[in-house]
Design a protein around this ligand. Structure first.
Ligand code: AHR
Length: 494
């Protein structure tokens, strides 16, 4: 069947810029994300730079990742950074209590991560330990990485062969403090946040700190309310939010063997992000009408059962066209809310949850999610063009969702429109009214496949890649684009 949708682009006079940090990533010490993912060690046969796989470095540079969050997640509130510096053979081991109970040798630590960020040209986002740490341990870390003058921690850094401070601006003050970070109430955490934040110095004053409070779980609006009410604005720059997509939390199902009912249910939770950022933003507006404090969705993505035969604590899953739908729609939501949502982190970069990269031995593949983010990178730091979408419904049983999601932006004279059709069966023609923008010529790329369950494998790593797309025509100020079922298209004005 074929259906119709219309999109109207509004005036951009007061529109915000889409912060590039919305396109951020997340690398936790979890399963095979760091060890046997990013990091294979200097002595590996796999080509590497300081132990980090070169193929991953190339892929992430090409993706233009603006920031990388590390070392957790839940792991962050168990991590003692001083165990991960100094000669590698002298570092103590630790047991990863949240993720599979594996023993780690701390060979990937602060220097390894921050040097990697320099190589990638990406901003580090350090998520620091509040749950099982101390104010002293936390502020020592800030001094270690940021102080250029003479101080106990900068001396230690120099002793460990790093003269220049890295200058880390983005800091997470604990993670999921309502759960794995310490099972706290928001009132208790707000007090702790104030204490930690007070002692976080930006030292040289060259590197303004961006302090992020551990945020709400999904629709816990009370959490956001209390943080916004209790924390003075001079102590905080961002409030986080975590929300994952799944069939149901209890029965997540396979990442590749799912039916349409399970697909629909996953998209229902993914599209819920619209309501979540709207409602959390409304609360923030009450206390911060000038929108000084950013909403940071620093964990999002699809979460399914682990692949058969893999460690349940490692969260290793495949990545299909369903994930491409989650990525395309979620990033459109963030773009359209970029007045308040100014940073986000997909969980997680390599081999964990909705990864952009999967590895097996010396092999590596890019997932459909990677390709969506690659097409969407044109929105980074572009000016948002607000749009109105009139979408047909995608119905399943007695439930319905909007089939079409879209966002648009302009940068360096080029306009980009990203469109997603999540309908499992119908193609949809989208009429975009471009009269106001005086645009005529477009090129486009598409990500699509014949089955929703299709994915890239180590045997066939390029089954799903972006292709040139030509199924659109221009007539009297209207661009008509025909989107196949479950497809992502990004148009670029010439
Ligand atoms: O991303 C996996 C886990 O999900 C993180 O460690 C935690 O913060 C969240 O619950």
């Amino acid at each position: 069947a074929q259906q119709k949708s219309t999109i109207t682009l509004a005036s951009q006079d007061n529109a915000p810029t889409i912060n590039k940090h919305i396109y951020g990533h997340f690398a936790e010490h979890l399963g095979r994300c760091i060890y046997d993912g990013f990091y294979v060690g200097e002595n590996s046969k796999i080509p590497n730079t300081n132990g980090v796989r070169n193929d991953i470095i190339v892929a992430l540079k090409d993706l233009g990742i603006p920031n990388l969050r590390w070392p957790g997640g839940c792991f962050a509130d168990t991590y003692h950074w001083k165990d991960g510096i100094g000669p590698k053979d002298e570092r103590p081991t630790m047991v990863n209590q949240w993720w599979g109970g594996t023993t780690e040798d701390n060979s990937f630590g602060t220097h390894d991560f921050l040097d990697l960020c320099e190589i990638l040209g990406t901003e580090p986002y350090l998520a620091a330990n509040v749950g099982s740490g101390t104010v002293k341990e936390f502020t020592d870390w800030v001094q270690y990485v940021n102080h250029s003058g003479k101080s106990p921690m900068s001396d230690l850094r120099k002793k460990n062969s790093r003269e220049k401070a890295w200058g880390v601006s983005i800091w997470g003050v604990g993670n999921e403090m309502w759960g794995c970070g310490g099972n706290m109430t928001p009132e208790y955490y707000a007090n702790l946040f104030k204490q930690y934040s007070t002692f976080m110095s930006d030292w040289d004053n060259t590197n303004k700190l961006f302090r992020i409070a551990s945020g709400a779980n999904v629709a816990d609006y009370h959490w956001t309310e209390v943080l916004m009410r209790d924390i003075p604005k001079n102590l905080i720059e961002g409030v986080a939010l975590h929300s994952y997509s799944f069939v149901t939390w209890e029965k997540k199902g396979s990442s590749t063997k799912f039916n349409e009912e399970q697909y629909f249910a996953t998209m229902e939770t993914a599209l819920k992000m619209e309501e979540l950022v709207t409602k959390h933003s409304e609360i923030m507006d009450k206390y911060d009408p000038a929108k000084k404090i950013a909403l940071i969705v620093d964990e999002w993505g699809g979460w399914y059962d682990v692949e058969e035969g893999t460690n349940p604590g490692f969260l290793y899953q495949q990545n299909t066209m369903r994930d491409a739908m989650i990525a395309g729609t979620t990033l459109n939501i963030f773009n359209n809310h970029s007045d308040r949502v100014r940073m986000a982190n997909l969980a997680q970069t390599v081999n964990v949850l909705q990864a952009v990269i999967l590895t097996k031995g010396d092999k590596m593949l890019l997932t459909p999610t990677y390709h969506v983010m690659h097409l969407y990178k044109v929105h980074q730091d572009a000016k948002l063009i607000p749009i109105k979408v009139d979408s047909p419904e995608y119905k399943f049983g007695d439930k319905k969702l909007s089939a079409i999601s879209a966002s648009a932006s302009v940068k360096d004279g080029k306009t980009h429109i990203s469109l997603v059709n999540i309908h499992a069966k119908d193609k949809i023609t989208v009429d975009i009214d471009l009269a106001k923008l005086n645009l005529k010529d477009f090129t486009a790329k598409i990500i699509s496949s014949s089955k929703l369950q299709d994915h890239n494998t180590f045997e066939n790593p390029n089954a799903i890649t972006p292709k040139d797309f030509k199924d659109f025509k221009f007539k009297k100020g209207t661009l008509s684009v025909t989107l196949p079922p479950f497809s992502v298209v990004v148009l670029e004005s010439k």
